[in-house]
Write a protein that binds this ligand. Structure first.
Ligand code: FES
Length: 144
């Protein structure tokens, strides 16, 4: 039995944890999805738990851009080994000293344009060279 566990914690907000048990033939023998969040988040979580799966490929990636949809998408792609986030440095905006995690979290919870990210985090509000990274992260997080 191979056990896969992935968890995302948005500090002070949602938490989502996916656990999958696979047998030698890569068949899903059991899985669980646990989370903490607001009512809408929990409704989406409850609905997703009704998914019928036999293999990891059967886990559906929601098309929406809700916090739940973005979190489950990341968890599923990580369990499949397909998570290729376009930015992997600690500081995203050197002018303002804004960490990547701050920008990524803002995008996860609703800043879906570079302008919204700038308003919420101050990233890309000086020289602008980091804007392309912000755009890349938005595109990666929100693409179908
Ligand atoms: S590096 Fe982000 S505004 Fe200059």
């Amino acid at each position: 039995m191979n056990q896969l566990n992935e968890k995302i914690v948005l500090p002070g907000r949602e938490t989502l944890e996916l656990s999958i048990g696979l047998d030698e033939a890569h068949t899903v023998k059991h899985w669980s999805l646990r989370g903490i969040g607001d009512l809408e988040f929990l409704k989406e979580l409850s609905s997703y738990r009704k998914t019928t799966v036999n293999t990891i490929d059967d886990f559906l990636i929601p098309q929406g851009t809700s916090v739940f949809a973005l979190m489950i998408k990341e968890l599923i792609l990580k369990t499949r080994g397909q998570w290729n986030h376009p930015f992997d440095e600690e500081i995203l905006c050197n002018c303002r000293g804004i960490p990547f995690q701050t920008v990524d979290r803002a995008i996860m919870v609703g800043a879906h344009t570079p302008e919204e990210v700038s308003a919420q985090t101050s990233a890309s509000t000086s020289c602008g060279t980091c804007r392309v990274h912000v755009e890349n992260i938005i595109n990666y997080r929100l693409k179908k």
